[in-house]
Design a protein around this ligand. Structure first.
Ligand code: TYD
Length: 405
């Protein structure tokens, strides 16, 4: 982080990994980029991060393929939170960092609302809707460039802060851009939930950090910011939504921060031994998954994967699971269809083409949308089809809930 000296203890190695969302055109596999995915704990701030973060332009560029609106769950989620934030804080000037296809932003008026999105293909969505949009990474320089005398009353960012390697610069830029009474609200996958669910697939190139509230408190404080409330949400396999203001700002702490910090202390999120135990569970999960897939395949069954997610890129590359075990992946995103999954090169097809009666088992690449998926795929379950998951442990299931710790 920044120029500050860090003492980081490595606890996990997920091997050589490709860019999780860089789906490959058949015949173009030779240019693929790989990096070593190693994860460590900063013993001072308690921040869990990649030992070597991937350079952001390699991941976030004009070929980016993740659409927020690809899931009904997420559309409803952002509609709900936008409504709540409008009513609670009545912001006049709003900034969203990492606005993707505008799913959140479109709930706010065109005037006085600004979008920041480095992926040009996605920035075009909000620009075409009429929002002031900056196709750039969020940095101090950009904050200075877009600032007016009137700072932002609400800065919102979902699944983006954890993508940014340099949090010192990022949060200082937030401080600079926020009005004195303004609120900064952001949400990202929760470290506590990841440990609880053994969902190591939350770790991939884009997630430079997996945040605990403890670490966020420490890092935000360095930028003159303080947390006044924390919500838990179920999206993305369990996330924390954190409400922040300038130190000494007008919002009262509602007690939720204290509860979260206490729970994280009980779960020993400040101790490296906790993460070393997690790493052991991850290794066991790999062995169990590969064994299960081989057993099912040897029984003459057809296995596919459901959702060509970043998470499944991480699992398949770590476990070395390729087209010999998984025939193909179905995914609703047109830009992923017809391509090969990053690294292990499993073909991606549309659900219409691939999710037919020939499928016996479907690995849940998008296990975090189990409810939405089982509703949609009730015919598959009715005819005896089974899902496979590794969360929280490796097993088959017919649509029952995975794990609600
Ligand atoms: P998500 O878990 O958000 O992905 P990531 O791990 O990359 O954050 O899942 C989104 C992907 O899953 C997206 O490519 C669309 C696909 N998907 C389906 O194909 N069918 C579905 O029913 C759902 C909910 C998602």
């Amino acid at each position: 982080m920044g120029t500050t000296a860090r003492r980081v203890e490595k606890f996990l190695d997920l091997g050589k990994q490709p860019i999780a969302n860089a789906f490959v055109s058949p015949g173009k596999c030779q240019d693929e980029y790989f990096y070593d995915l190693e994860v460590g704990l900063d013993t001072e701030t308690k921040l869990v991060s990649h030992m070597n973060c991937v350079d952001p332009p390699l991941m976030f560029n004009d070929s980016y393929v993740y659409y927020t609106s690809g899931s009904k769950t997420m559309v409803q989620h952002f509609k709900d939170i936008a409504g709540y934030l409008k009513e609670k804080f009545q912001p006049r000037r709003v900034l969203e960092i990492g606005s993707n296809d505008g799913t959140f932003l479109k709930n706010f008026p065109l005037e006085n609302t600004v979008a920041v999105e480095p992926c040009g293909n996605f920035a075009n969505y909000t620009r075409e809707m009429g929002y002031e949009t900056h196709t750039e990474f969020w940095t101090q320089d950009l904050a200075v460039k877009i600032a007016t005398a009137d700072r932002f009353d609400l800065i919102y960012s979902a699944n983006c802060m954890c993508h940014i390697p340099d949090l010192e610069d990022t949060f200082s830029a937030i401080y600079y851009s926020l009005s004195d009474k303004g609120v900064f609200v952001f949400e990202d996958p929760s470290l506590a939930e990841m440990l609880e669910r053994n969902s190591y697939d939350q770790i991939y190139d884009e997630h430079a950090h997996i945040f605990s509230v403890t670490a966020l408190k420490n890092v935000l404080e360095k930028a003159g910011l303080e947390i006044f409330s924390v919500d838990k949400t179920q999206v993305h396999g369990g996330s924390n939504r954190v409400y922040v203001q300038k130190k000494g700002g007008p919002q009262y702490e509602d007690g939720s921060l204290e509860i979260e910090l206490e729970q994280e202390k009980l779960a020993k999120l400040d101790k490296v031994t906790t993460y070393k135990k997690f790493a052991k569970r991850v290794e066991k999960s790999k062995i169990a998954l590969v064994e299960l897939l081989h057993d099912i395949k040897d029984g003459g069954n057809k296995i596919i994967s459901y959702g060509a997610t970043s998470k499944s890129t991480s699992v398949f590359n770590y476990c070395e699971i390729g087209p010999d075990l998984i025939d193909y992946i179905t995914d609703t995103t047109p830009d992923k269809q017809g391509k090969l999954s990053p690294g292990v090169h499993i073909p991606v097809v549309s659900p219409e083409e691939g999710f037919d009666d020939s499928v016996d088992y479907a690995f849940l690449g998008a296990w975090n949308y189990l409810e939405e998926i089982t509703k949609k795929e009730s015919d598959f379950i009715r005819r005896g089809g089974q899902f496979i998951t590794h969360v929280p442990e490796v097993r088959t299931l017919r649509g029952e809930p995975i794990c609600q710790p």
